[in-house]
Design a protein around this ligand. Structure first.
Ligand code: ADP
Length: 537
């Protein structure tokens, strides 16, 4: 640790020990790879908050400049603005990787403005995404003359917050458009208790009601910060957004594309693609492990591929490897086996594990839609499907299905290929894996679909028998755990009658099924249906 930084820590040690809550801060520091799990554990076992704080500072004094920066960022992210300001002046000047994209971005003027507004520093390991950054800046320039909204949206962990902070790290933009400063507010999910609880130690008393908040905001922005930019990070709820509908300049990050629909004024949007390209992904791993990209082991490439370049996942694994550099194979295997929980989570990011980040997205769906979303496990990797298939699965009107899918897409829970008519929908691999994992307990549903003559008939009609046979092959290993005889009976039925099931008009499946051996489950179900038909006349 640089001398200045150390001296600053020592000078304010007492203040810091009084105020900080170590567990939250340590989450961020772990995700930055500057604190190990063991170290965290040792601090957590201290019995009081104060003891934990003392231990954390003790440890920090033994660490390097990165740890100091990470600690500073953690303070910013946890809204300890006053404390962060104490540390600001002595932040070590790291020549940020090789990526000082241009001299415009890191002048001390820019640093000062951003730090005053509580904008987080770059993550310790950072790669540039120039095209995206420029897209956001271009939209921000449109707020020069008039107030308005820029929405940065994308799926969990795609790098929205990092991107928002990077976009405003630009002297020209600040001077020309936002001379009133850049103010960062971490919003997050409001049902998180610690956001709402009144904390006596915190200097920021949260407003008691949304109306009060809105009044305070209006006053502040008008009187104290005209021509300022407000960055609302991670907004979930449009009622929160409405508080800020006070004719000012706002950049918001969200997973929900349509959030700004409910507010007034000019609106612009930028979509953050979910993954980095391979080169950038490898660069992150190289930076974490202190090697050159070409010197990375072969597993590195597989890790980046496996998570489709998700910045969150690549960084998580990078941070782990920094701690345990010989675990390339191990982490790759875990990623492949979808052991998300064990991929110990960052929480620069407020969730304990990647799967919780994903679960959070799903939990905010209305109950009915959440159940429907979980049904999407029937989708297959890399296969895109039209809304029609889901209208069968869900037994809903096609229009209703379209609305629901649109909601999922807007919330970054589903992707749409709109070059095709009708539109085709698909899940990100990580989302699919997550759903499958989560639904393991709900496998009965899969069995009940795949072992049902009704389903076979419906899906064969829409997607054709080849797809269906493929389902039995693909899910064979799961279905066999339930009943391998029944699985092979269905598969056999399909293979024998494939050509018939391609005919239009579509044949009577019950009739076809009645020609199966009497011992077959397919026959049994057909017989029941036939009897049912007779009894109904
Ligand atoms: P989001 O806001 O989309 O949920 P964040 O911006 O918080 O995602 O990014 C999630 C994590 O991904 C960060 O904590 C960081 O570790 C990593 N990350 C994101 N963008 C970058 C980047 N440009 N370079 C390096 N790491 C990044």
């Amino acid at each position: 640790l640089e001398e200045r930084a150390r001296s600053c820590l020592l000078r304010f040690r007492h203040r810091l020990e009084q105020d900080i809550k170590p567990p939250y801060l340590m989450d961020h520091m772990i995700s930055d790879g500057v604190l190990t799990g063991d170290e965290e554990e040792r601090i957590r076992t201290q019995s009081t908050r104060k003891d934990q704080a003392v231990a954390l500072l003790e440890l920090l004094l033994k660490k390097d400049n990165y740890a100091y920066i990470s600690f500073y960022n953690a303070l910013v992210r946890e809204a300890y603005d006053d404390l962060a300001n104490l540390l600001y002046d002595d932040l070590p000047k790291m020549s940020q990787n090789a990526h000082k994209s241009n001299s415009d971005s890191n002048t001390s003027y820019v640093q000062t403005v951003l730090s005053e507004g509580g904008v987080p520093q770059r993550p310790v390991v950072f790669v540039s995404r120039p095209e995206l950054v420029n897209r956001v800046r271009e939209k921000l320039y449109r707020l020069q003359k008039d107030p308005g909204w820029v929405t940065v949206f994308g799926m969990a962990g795609s790098g929205k917050s990092v991107l928002a902070a990077e976009a405003v790290r630009h002297q020209g933009l600040i001077e020309e458009c936002f001379p009133g400063g850049i103010h960062w507010l971490s919003i997050g999910q409001l049902d998180k208790p610690d956001l709402l609880s009144l904390d006596s130690q915190s200097l920021h008393r949260p407003p008691n009601s949304l109306d009060e908040a809105k009044e305070r905001m209006r006053f502040l922005m008008l009187r104290r910060y005209p021509r300022a930019l407000l960055i609302l990070d991670d907004i979930w709820d449009s009622t929160v957004l409405k508080v800020f509908d006070i004719h000012c300049r706002i950049l918001l990050t969200t997973r929900n594309r349509s959030l700004a629909d409910s507010v007034s004024g000019a609106k612009y949007e930028v979509e953050v693609e979910s993954g980095l390209d391979e080169k950038k992904g490898l660069e992150i791993l190289a930076l974490y492990t202190g090697t050159k990209p070409i010197a990375l082991p072969e597993e590195a490439r597989s890790i980046v591929r496996e998570c489709k370049g998700s910045p969150l996942v690549v960084s998580l694994i990078g941070a782990l490897l920094r701690e345990k550099p010989n675990r390339w194979g191990y982490y790759l295997r875990q990623l492949r086996q979808k052991q998300f929980k064990r991929i110990r989570k960052s929480s620069s990011y407020d969730y304990d594990a990647l799967d919780q980040a994903m679960a959070a997205s799903i939990e905010v769906l209305p109950d009915e839609h959440r159940e429907l979303y979980k049904d999407l496990t029937v989708l297959e990797k890399d296969i895109k499907i039209p809304a029609k298939v889901l209208s069968v699965l869900w037994d809903l009107e096609p229009e209703e299905v379209e609305d629901i899918l649109e909601e999922f897409v807007n919330k970054s829970l589903l992707f749409v290929d709109s070059h095709n008519k009708p539109y085709l929908y698909y899940l990100h691999d990580l989302q699919l894996d997550f759903l499958v994992e989560q639904n393991r307990t709900q496998l009965e549903e899969l069995y009940s679909l795949m072992f049902s003559l009704d389903w076979v008939s419906i899906k064969a009609k829409i997607m054709g028998p080849a797809h269906l046979i493929n389902d039995y092959v693909e899910y064979g290993y799961i279905l066999d755990k339930e009943n391998s005889d029944v699985r092979s009976q269905f598969q056999e039925f399909l293979s024998l009658n494939g050509h018939q099931l391609e005919q239009r008009p579509f044949p009577d499946v019950v009739q076809l099924a009645l020609s199966q051996p009497r011992t077959s489950e397919v026959y049994r179900q057909a017989l029941l249906q036939a009897q049912d038909r007779t009894s109904k006349g």
